[in-house]
Design a protein around this ligand. Structure first.
Ligand SMILES: [Zn+2]
Length: 286
């Protein structure tokens, strides 16, 4: 099975010279290639699929070397505050070494967007889940502080950072992030330190879409390209969602892609990457 997957990747690699550029010039040396993996939308609303994804990733990555993005009250129907059983589960995951990020508050976009372009973007690009796109700075700050309190109370340690639903940040969200002291944030193209604005790294996020057959097909194609070009760009992020577990083609694609990328990249945590980029030594290794 494993050899078959590797064979497919090598066959694809052989088609690369037909690209209109020299791939070798874009390939960083092995020691500079990193992979970050995360499970989005961790909430009592999706306990079973999150458990299933976590079990698969532990196996594929040889340990709990991934992050979880926690939603404090998904769609206003799944509050973590007051859910002692789910809080214990979160604490267990954090104790294992899984990095915990705050991921919105409701994960639903209730804002009224000014302008046709913003309204279109909010509705069609995010399925109405771009919660932090249209918030005022004051409202974004309230949700960031309240959400962080709830997650940190559950896990008994600081969160690793904040990642907005659908990776969408409006002006208010950026202002609020700078004011609230979160260590890290990320969007589609980069990871940065909100308190200073410094970029930690740039690179794509590979993700899968389960919402419609067309979106699923295109996400499977993107994952295929990522496997073919698995040595390109220094840092690649992979994001999986509870809905991915509903489609066997996505589950299989995730496994193939994680395996192919982890084979040629060092799997790291966000905090490790941040430390590395600052030039600080690994305290565990010291
Ligand atoms: Zn999400």
């Amino acid at each position: 099975m494993r050899n078959q997957a590797a064979g497919a990747v090598i066959a694809n690699d052989m088609s690369l010279p037909s690209l209109p550029f020299r791939p070798a010039a874009l390939i960083p040396p092995a020691q500079d290639r990193r992979l970050l993996v995360s499970i989005h939308d961790v909430s009592p609303a999706f306990t079973a699929p999150v458990e299933a994804l976590a079990a698969r990733l532990r196996t594929l990555l040889d340990g709990p070397r991934f992050a979880m993005l926690v939603v404090p009250n998904h769609w206003g129907r799944a509050p973590i505050a007051g859910d002692a059983a789910f809080a214990r589960r979160l604490r267990g995951w954090a104790d294992e070494g899984i990095e915990m990020f705050l991921h919105g508050w409701l994960h639903r976009d209730d804002s009224r967007h000014d302008g046709a372009a913003a309204a279109f973007k909010a509705r069609h690009m995010t399925a109405g889940e771009g919660e932090f796109l249209g918030l005022s700075a004051a409202e974004a700050e309230r949700r960031l502080r309240d959400g962080r309190d709830i997650v940190e109370q559950a896990i008994g340690r600081p969160v690793a950072g904040f990642i907005a639903p659908a990776w969408l940040y409006g002006e208010g969200a950026h202002q609020a992030l700078a004011a609230t002291g979160f260590t890290l944030a990320e969007d589609h193209w980069r990871v940065w330190r909100p308190h200073t604005g410094e970029t930690v790294t740039r690179g794509p996020v590979i993700t899968w879409a389960s919402r419609s057959p067309a979106r699923t097909a295109s996400s499977l194609a993107v994952a295929g390209v990522a496997r073919t070009a698995r040595r390109m760009v220094p840092v690649v992020r992979l994001a999986v969602h509870p809905g991915d577990m509903t489609k066997t083609a996505i589950v299989a694609s995730i496994a193939r892609t994680v395996r192919a990328l982890a084979e040629v990249r060092q799997v790291v945590r966000y905090a490790d990457l941040d430390r590395e980029m600052r030039g600080e030594p690994d305290r565990k290794a010291a």
